[in-house]
Design a binder for this molecule. Structure first.
Ligand code: CU
Length: 268
């Protein structure tokens, strides 16, 4: 992978459910949206324009793989390829007739806009967002029996690699025991959304060289993809239960993944 495509392929149109910059007529009530960043390589910073006159822009109720313990409020949502955010938008904060654009604050021009909501009619609100959604079980650091280091970076000849190795379908790179809880310390030299198959995880910590510590605002809940910027380190904690067998983990930037930034884990 060379030159222009090193960071992955970025298009010049934004599609939502297959349509370029669509619009959706809504009533002035709450709507739940499941947002998947299905782009090859593009990160988004989603926001509403104009923002609501009161209340948060987005009430996040779910993450990649399930409901959160309690809702999290956001004015923007930063999302990398493969991440999912389950959100509620309350259009009662807008007068009927308002056009609300879902924008991408990381993009300019054509890629700075995603879609538009038209608040087309008044309707009776019959929904609510509960302050407690599910019994959420935080995984505890002390329950981990194994700690592994995974470096997502460039190996020989600029190849994208994990711990210096390009993907080899025959090589097992990690072998968790069935039911084991493990901490994976992940580091990057460029932006990489790191995605595990089979195992769901929670983000324990993340840091850059300058700041650090806590999990980020978009790390809540059960995840299977973590958005890591260049030079960031994170600790994730996963429980490898449910199935034995061989699964992959990889960068979810499609061009990085296709250029061998992938490895095998085998639950034994
Ligand atoms: Cu990558």
């Amino acid at each position: 992978m060379e030159g222009d495509y090193m960071r992955g392929v970025l298009g010049d149109a934004i599609l939502v459910n297959g349509a370029p910059w669509p619009y959706l007529e809504v009533s002035n009530t709450r709507y739940r949206f499941r947002i998947l960043n299905a782009s090859n390589a593009r990160r988004y910073k989603l926001a509403l324009d104009p923002p609501p006159s009161e209340g948060p822009s987005f009430v996040q109720v779910g993450s990649d793989v399930g409901l959160l313990g309690q809702p999290v409020h956001h004015e923007q949502i930063e999302t990398a390829p493969a991440e999912r955010f389950d959100v509620v938008i309350d259009f009662s904060a807008y007068p009927v007739g308002t056009a609300v654009t879902l924008v991408n604050q990381f993009g300019r021009g054509t890629v700075g806009q995603v879609m538009r909501f038209i608040v087309a009619r008044a309707a009776r609100e019959e929904s609510d967002v509960s302050s407690r959604l599910v019994d959420f079980e935080p995984l505890r650091r002390e329950d981990a029996t194994v700690t592994r280091k995974m470096r997502f970076n460039q190996g020989d000849r600029g190849m994208w690699s994990i711990n210096g190795e390009p993907f080899d379908p025959e090589r097992i790179d990690a072998q968790p025991s069935l039911g084991a809880t493990e901490i994976w310390q992940i580091s990057t030299n460029a932006h990489h959304p790191v995605h595990l198959h089979l195992a769901h995880f929670q983000v324990l910590s993340r840091r850059t060289n300058r700041s650090g510590g806590e999990a980020g605002p978009y790390d809540a809940g059960w995840k299977d993809t973590i958005d890591l910027g260049s030079g960031q380190n994170a600790e994730i904690i996963a429980r490898f239960d449910g199935y034995r067998g061989r699964y992959v983990f990889h960068c979810h930037n499609l061009e990085h993944e296709d250029m061998a930034m992938m490895a095998n884990l085998e639950v034994a």
